[in-house]
Structure formats: structure tokens, C-alpha cells
Design a protein around this ligand. Structure first.
Ligand code: NAD
Length: 435
């Protein structure tokens, strides 16, 4: 089955060494939520309700390995909130997945959907496993059993999974198939980020990077900077980072540095991003040995003298000491939670404009919503229609967040939280509490 294995091979994600000073991601979410709740003078009961997940599912996932051993993996699905609609969020496979991380990611999904006005709540899933060391067949069995264990949780009207780190279109196809076998009919709206020929949306693969590009252009405009005069550094060269780098270079920006798990690559004259993408495709999914650049460390990349820095790898990258040395004027958070709460005030004091994750990377869930709409209509859109609507939603969301931040005299991050928490709290108020 060459197709199955090729799809798997391309998207494999390499987990970096553990981050020594990793902050608790759920606490990182709560700290920003607290500031927004105070500004909104949120009722204490509503605070309690919105700060914590609505439901947490923990499940043991038994998998028969290729060598006949039975292994049991820890699986999670956290529904943070479903006041605005069915919950939505990716599933992450990684050895260092924790319940706290999944809880944080689920909450970020709630706020993200509210920021872009998508009628979904927030959820996230994860399985503690090392996909690097597993065969495609083992990953298929893991995915099918995880889906079967959560069959009463998932559903097009209740909870809709999507890809995240180490999960891709092929894995979503297995989720779709497993769910559909139980339902005795094909239910393609149960999952997004699936292959286009199984009902996926054109433009979904590029959507998150495209949203990062659009929100970066909005920020440049705000600072009266022209893309053609700007330099960019991108941490992480997977789905989000490579597409954001490519689209920004098409807008005239000079992308001088990119990095992945194998290190950083710098060229002051500007990197040829399409060439780097082709190199990764041909080089087992990494930039290792990329020739037309000088090697730099991850830390050097994050503190380069550039106009725009795009962290697009994972959480907790811009820590307090890194923030002290950041030279960029704009940070566009492609990754979820790349900046720790302790770094926020430092960046703000330095006047760095941070486009927060719940705005900058919301293009992915926006096109996931388009995918779900197309599946339910049974009518598919052109790529042009997808990108036009995505661009409009991202621009409007940026303007709304900026306006809210201005009104309360806070950062764009707190502005985004204020906007999102208010929207969800108002919906909760109108729905009322079921007895
Ligand atoms: P991916 O697996 O496609 O790519 C991740 C990239 O980061 C890889 O190039 C990897 O080598 C690199 N990387 C990992 N650790 C690194 C490190 N310590 N230093 C430098 N590079 C490192 O993942 P992705 O889908 O691009 O997701 C990246 C981030 O964006 C995650 O935080 C994810 O939650 C977030 N995100 C993704 C989407 C989406 O649609 N894919 C949507 C919203 C948010």
C-alpha cells in the first residue's frame, strides 16, 4: 500500500529533547484568562465554569505491536467548552503529551474559535506515544482503537477531531473510517484535515500558515512597515512554519532564517523557501545538511535582528531570558503557546508587537470549519473561495482584537482573550445553566 506509507512518511515529526524550564501550559492559559476575567469583571461563578474543562476523558489504548507484544498507551480527549457549538480540536501524538498540556490546548481552541467567530467550542486530544519508533501499521491500530474508545464522544454535532503534531491526513482518514464503520455509513464531517479525496477542503493544508501570513501583514501595516523592507525568521519548518515562510517570501519579505529539530539555517541575503521545502521533501522530512545557509542555534534564531519572528514549532520557546534578547519588532505566534507568561511583560516593555497564538494561528480552525460546512452541504468550494473567505476572516479578527486591545489599553494577547472570554460568557449567560 504505497499511498498509505508515503502519506505517513512525509509528515513525520521529530520530538526535540525535553525543554528544561518548561512552564505548565494550563497555568499559562489561566494566567492570561485571569487578566481578561478581571478586565471584564467576570462573575466568579462564570469564572469557575470557563476556567476549567467541561469534560475530561482518559482512556487506555491497547495496541498489538508488530512483534505481537501487547502495549497499552495513555489517551486523552478534553472538551474545554461547547457553549458556542460542537467542540473542535486536534489530536497530538508525542512521548511528552500530558493531561495538563491537552487541557491548555483545549482551552486555547475555545478562545481561538471565539476570536475568529467560528461556531465551535474547544477540545483537544492526545496519546502518549513515540510515533517515530512505531510502524505505520502500529499507528493505524493505535488510531483506530483510540477512535473506537471515544466513539461516543466524537461526532459531527458533538466533537470533531483534526490533525496536530505527529498526526496528519492519513491518520484523519483512519479516524473517519473507524467512526464510519461504527455508524454504518460514511460520516466525513466527523473529522477535519482529512485528504481532499475523502472530503477534505482545498486550502486546509496551507490554512494555518496563510493565517499567520495575513495577520503578519496586518501587523506590518499597523507599524507602517512594507513587507518588501522586512526580514523574517521562522522557528519550525513543518506545516505551519514552511507555509508561513513561503507565503511571506511571496509577499516580498526576506526570510533570512528557518529552523527545525535539526537546528537553524541562516542566510542574510534571504533563503529560497521553495528550494528549502523541496530539500525537506527529498531529505526524510528535515533540513539537516541544508547547503545554502550558515548553521545557527535555535537560540540565535529566536534573538536575530529581524523585523518579524515566527515561532512555529511548539510551546515554551520564548522564555524570560530569550525575551530579554529578542530583537524582532513583531512576533507572530504560529505555534500554540510558544511564549511563556513570564516573557509577556518583557516583550511588552520592549514594544514588541506580539500577535497571539489564538489569533495568528486561527486560520487552521477557520478552514476546518469551512471543511465541516462543505461536508454537511455535500458541496465543495474552489480554493479561491476558501482563501478569500479565510483572508477576510483573519483581517476582521485582527482588526477586532486590535480595537479591543486599544480600548482596554492592553496587549493584543490580552485583547484577544478579552474578546473571546466576553463572547463565550455572553453565550453562556443567554443559554443559562441547565438545572
Ligand atoms: P509539524 O509537525 O508539521 O512541524 C513542526 C516543526 O517544528 C518541525 O519542522 C520540527 O522539526 C520543528 N521543531 C520541533 N521542535 C523544535 C525545536 N525545539 N526547535 C526548532 N524546531 C523544532 O507541526 P505543525 O502542524 O507545523 O505545528 C506547529 C505548531 O503549530 C504546533 O504548536 C501546533 O500545535 C501549532 N498549530 C498547528 C496548526 C496546523 O494546522 N497544523 C494549527 C494551529 C496551531
Amino acid at each position: 500500500m504505497p499511498f498509505k506509507h508515503n502519506v505517513y512518511d512525509r509528515a513525520v515529526y521529530r520530538e526535540p529533547a525535553p525543554i528544561p524550564d518548561r512552564e505548565d501550559p494550563f497555568q499559562a492559559m489561566v494566567e492570561r484568562f485571569d487578566v481578561a476575567a478581571e478586565i471584564l469583571e467576570l462573575d466568579p461563578g462564570f469564572y469557575e465554569y470557563l476556567a476549567r474543562p467541561a469534560r475530561i476523558h482518559e482512556t487506555a489504548v491497547p495496541v498489538r505491536m508488530d512483534d505481537e507484544r501487547l502495549r497499552v498507551f495513555e489517551g486523552y480527549r478534553v472538551i474545554h467548552n461547547d457553549v458556542l457549538g460542537p467542540s473542535k480540536g486536534g489530536v497530538r501524538y508525542a512521548p511528552d503529551v500530558t493531561l495538563n498540556e491537552v487541557k491548555a490546548l483545549a482551552a486555547w481552541m475555545t478562545w481561538k474559535c471565539a476570536v475568529v467567530g467560528v461556531p465551535f467550542g474547544g477540545a483537544k486530544g492526545g496519546v502518549v506515544c513515540d510515533p517515530q519508533s512505531m510502524s505505520p501499521d502500529e499507528l493505524e491500530r493505535l488510531t483506530r482503537r483510540y477512535t473506537a474508545n471515544l466513539i461516543d464522544v466524537f461526532g459531527p454535532d458533538s466533537d470533531i477531531p483534526a490533525p496536530d503534531m505527529n498526526t496528519n491526513e492519513q491518520i484523519m482518514a483512519w479516524v473517519l473510517d473507524t467512526y464510519s464503520m461504527h455508524a454504518r455509513r460514511t460520516v466525513n464531517a466527523v473529522v477535519t484535515g482529512k485528504p481532499v479525496n475523502l472530503g477534505g477542503s482545498l486550502g486546509r493544508r496551507e490554512a494555518t500558515g496563510r493565517g499567520v501570513m495575513v495577520s503578519t501583514l496586518c501587523a506590518l501595516d499597523l507599524l507602517d512597515l512594507s513587507p518588501t523592507d522586512c526580514t523574517v525568521a521562522v522557528q519550525g519548518f513543518g506545516n505551519v512554519g514552511s507555509i508561513a515562510a513561503k507565503l511571506l517570501s511571496e509577499q516580498g519579505c526576506r526570510v533570512v532564517a528557518v529552523s527545525d529539530i535539526t537546528g537553524g539555517y541562516y542566510n542574510g541575503d534571504g533563503l529560497n523557501i521553495q528550494e528549502a521545502i523541496d530539500y525537506v521533501e527529498a531529505n526524510d522530512g528535515t533540513l539537516d545538511g541544508y547547503p545554502n545557509a550558515q548553521s545557527i542555534t535555535n537560540e540565535e534564531l529566536l534573538t536575530l535582528d529581524v523585523d518579524v519572528l515566527i515561532p512555529a514549532a511548539k510551546e515554551d520557546q520564548i522564555t524570560q531570558p530569550i525575551a530579554e534578547d529578542v530583537q524582532a519588532r513583531i512576533i507572530a505566534e504560529g505555534a500554540n503557546g510558544p511564549t511563556t507568561p513570564s516573557a509577556d511583560p518583557i516583550l511588552q516593555d520592549k514594544g514588541v508587537l506580539v500577535i497571539p497564538d489564538i489569533l495568528a494561528n486561527a486560520g487552521g480552525v477557520t478552514v476546518s470549519y469551512f471543511e465541516w460546512v462543505q461536508n454537511r452541504q455535500g458541496y465543495f468550494w474552489t480554493e479561491e473561495r476558501v482563501t478569500q473567505r479565510l483572508d477576510r476572516i483573519m483581517q476582521e479578527a485582527f482588526d477586532n482584537v486590535h480595537e479591543t486591545a486599544d480600548r482596554h489599553d492592553v496587549s493584543l494577547r490580552i485583547g484577544a482573550y478579552v474578546m473571546a472570554v466576553r463572547k463565550v460568557a455572553e453565550a453562556l449567560q443567554m443559554r443559562g445553566i441547565y438545572a
